[in-house]
Design a protein around this ligand. Structure first.
Ligand code: CTP
Ligand code: CA
Length: 225
């Protein structure tokens, strides 16, 4: 027990948050990654902890871990490592929020030695990674609340609703990319929450901390309803 326990609307609750990118190795010195800063997931973990929850944070590479006594950090590197860690932590949590930008593809084979320059370029064969959120949706029990994100460039609402039902999530948080200052690499974000009950709530552009507050407030309202 720590001195934060017992205070806040989420005291006694266990949460799981994934955050940051994943790096998929090509050879010992190269990888396929993405531009996720992890900021949205870190803001969510901090907000959950501030409200009294104990947070298991599964954090991708290159992101500075937060310092909070109620946040337990598991550092991972690849999509496969993130999958294993999230799946093993999920049975014990009340709330899971998958905010990581997980690679959809990873090299079929990782070269054991550095790949040398060739005359005619290089072709790397990729295979699909496993979908963590979808698997959590499959394993979800009564009383567990599951939240995912969606990043779309077109048909946003249709694709967000497809992810909500296809992954058996309770909420999908749609990141709006076509506004300036929102999304990857920014300190601000603009989201719409898609609820499995059919409701849709759009929020204005805000700091990622303020967006995290909106999302956690929304979840707390659902848990209390
Ligand atoms: N996600 C995951 N595991 C993966 C891929 C995605 O858990 N291997 C999660 C993300 O963390 C996010 C949600 O699924 O919460 C949606 O991610 P997104 O990339 O928008 O959708 P995908 O299902 O990967 O589909 P696509 O990229 O083709 O749109
Ligand atoms: Ca994806």
């Amino acid at each position: 027990r720590n001195h934060f326990e017992g205070s806040g609307t989420l005291s006694g609750k266990q949460a799981l948050v994934s955050a940051g990118p994943t790096f998929e190795p090509i050879d010992p010195v190269r990888f396929i990654g993405n531009h996720s800063s992890g900021k949205m997931g870190l803001a969510l973990a901090n907000t959950l902890a501030t409200r009294g929850a104990t947070v298991q944070l599964v954090l991708g590479p290159g992101v500075q871990p937060p310092q909070h006594p109620s946040i337990i950090v598991s550092k991972v590197r690849t999509a496969a490592e993130m999958y294993d860690r999230c799946l093993s932590l999920f049975p014990a949590v009340d709330i899971a929020i998958m905010a990581a930008a997980v690679a959809d593809f990873s090299p079929k084979e990782t070269a054991s030695e550095k790949i040398k320059k060739k005359d005619n370029g290089l072709t790397i064969e990729l295979q699909k990674t496993r979908d963590i959120l979808k698997e959590l949706g499959r394993q979800k029990r009564e009383g567990q609340f599951l939240v995912g994100f969606a990043l779309e460039t077109n048909n946003e609402e249709v694709f967000a609703r497809e992810k909500l039902s296809g992954k058996n999530a309770d909420l999908i948080i749609l990141n709006t990319l076509n506004d300036e200052g929102a999304g990857f690499g920014h300190d601000t974000n603009k989201v719409t929450i898609f609820d499995r009950n059919g409701e849709q709530t759009a929020f204005p552009l805000k700091s990622k901390e303020a967006v995290a507050t909106d999302i956690i407030d929304y979840i707390v309202n659902k848990l209390n309803a």
